[in-house]
Design a protein around this ligand. Structure first.
Ligand code: ADP
Ligand code: MG
Length: 287
């Protein structure tokens, strides 16, 4: 039988916008020693500002127009940001045959042309030769009918509470905080450097994130629990693989909310450490 105070703990959490799907997860959270975070939208705001545009062919306007239209069907934070940077009206009727390649980018038909927008890995996989850009931030390379058009450099910032959240998790006994990202090494280390992150793995595909979590699960002691926190974009497999999967609600897909054990109704990182404090307080009453 479930001790009554677990209902108290789950109820208390829910009033703070923390939905715990079962008393076993609230109990397990007290033993969380490994925290693995997705970067974009989890530790960072997921609102990218354009910091530079490097045109190889055509104009900046043309580059932004095609990128924003090709991205118009995607819910990735990068796509939202590029549409905002374009600023004009997106005519969805101009866009067809949209293909989103997780951890790489998108391809779509815009005005009868094949537009691809994504990272260097996407360009390589399509056989498009793009000159690597060495700038701080996330580089979105854009191709027009398989010809390289140029790149848009965008940059994201950490969430205001991210640093404090990691600090308080460590104060609650968390031993290792890891950040996983599909973004470049330079973009990843710029973000991790502002937080008390012990380990960073970059340029990962969604499947690589699962492998990283599996290898951490093998390294840790049996009683210690591993938590994965993601914003729900391509995160479902990792959310279900971790001992405890936490999805940040605002952007989360239905699949992620389904796969998660704990759902945060807003995307405030301080709710993660709050959940852990509620868990430990509940356990003190029970044990
Ligand atoms: P993260 O691990 O930071 O959450 P993702 O795994 O979602 O990021 O994406 C990894 C990388 O793939 C991004 O940094 C970007 O380079 C590229 N990418 C993913 N989705 C898109 C998109 N819709 N448009 C452009 N690039 C994208
Ligand atoms: Mg992500």
């Amino acid at each position: 039988s479930i001790p009554l105070s677990f209902f108290g703990g789950i109820g208390c959490a829910s009033t703070k916008g923390i939905l715990v799907k079962g008393s076993n997860y609230l109990e397990a959270l007290a033993d969380a020693r490994y925290f693995v975070f997705d970067k974009t939208g989890t530790l960072t705001k997921g609102v990218f500002e354009v910091t530079s545009i490097d045109v190889k062919q055509g104009t900046e306007e043309k580059l932004l127009y095609y990128a924003a239209h090709a991205e118009s069907a995607s819910s990735h934070p990068i796509s939202q940001s590029l549409q905002a940077a374009y600023g004009g009206v997106i005519e969805r009727a101009r866009v067809s045959e949209v293909k989103e390649i997780a951890g790489q980018g998108v391809s779509a038909n815009v005005d009868g042309h094949v537009i691809s927008a994504g990272n260097l890995r996407l360009m390589r996989s399509l056989g498009i030769s793009a000159d690597p850009i060495h700038k701080e931030g996330t580089i979105v390379y854009v191709a027009f009918d398989h010809e390289y058009l140029g790149s848009i450099t965008i940059s994201d910032v950490i969430k205001p509470n991210a640093r404090e959240a990691i600090r308080s998790l460590k104060a609650e006994g968390v031993r290792r905080c890891v950040m996983l990202t599909g973004d470049s090494q330079s973009a990843a280390s710029a973000i991790a450097g502002q937080l008390d992150i012990d380990e960073v793995h970059s340029e990962l595909l969604p499947g690589d994130k699962v492998h990283e979590v599996e290898s951490l699960l093998q390294q840790k002691n049996g009683k210690d629990k591993l938590v994965f926190v993601g914003d729900g974009i391509n995160d479902a497999p990792v959310l279900s693989r971790a001992d405890i999967g936490i999805a940040m609600g605002a952007l989360g897909s239905d699949a992620a909310i389904e796969a998660a054990d704990i759902v945060l109704m807003d995307d405030d990182p301080s709710k993660i450490s709050l959940a852990m404090r509620i868990s430990r307080r509940t356990l003190r009453i029970v044990r």
